[in-house]
Design a protein around this ligand. Structure first.
Ligand SMILES: [Zn+2]
Length: 128
């Protein structure tokens, strides 16, 4: 099965992975995923911004039951996973998190293969 990125607008580059947000030239707000208009001041002067690849776990929870479609349950069956927000400095990014983690852990961006063959992203603890 050929692996493809679940949404090409999520990434500025894949190797090594870097997420693509957008920054507002008018007010400086940074958002993810890419937005054509600024959610803070409605300016259309949004520019692609490569986001930091390391941050800290801001909060997290465990997804203990299978989400609704389009989530695809792996052939091996559903297993609970961690989701949360990672503080990248200019913004918080909602993400899968390769747990276990505690709030404040330093994490870095990783590519995440999904059950259907697509590639998404996750943050995982930095190997010491
Ligand atoms: Zn703005």
């Amino acid at each position: 099965m050929e692996e493809t990125v679940v949404d090409e607008t999520l990434f500025a580059q894949l190797d090594p992975p870097v997420l693509a947000g957008s920054g507002c030239a008018a007010c400086g707000v940074v958002v993810f995923p890419f937005a054509a208009r600024c959610p803070a001041c409605a300016s259309a002067a949004m520019e692609q911004r490569s986001l930091p690849t390391r941050g800290r776990v801001w909060t997290w929870t465990s997804q203990s039951f299978a989400p609704k479609p389009p989530y695809e349950i792996p052939e091996s069956g559903f297993e609970p996973f961690v989701v949360g927000y990672v503080d990248l400095g200019p913004l918080l990014v909602e993400s899968r998190i390769l747990g276990p983690v505690v709030i404040g852990d330093e994490v870095e961006l990783r590519l995440l293969p999904l059950a259907g063959g697509d590639i998404s992203f996750a943050f995982g603890k930095i190997a010491e």
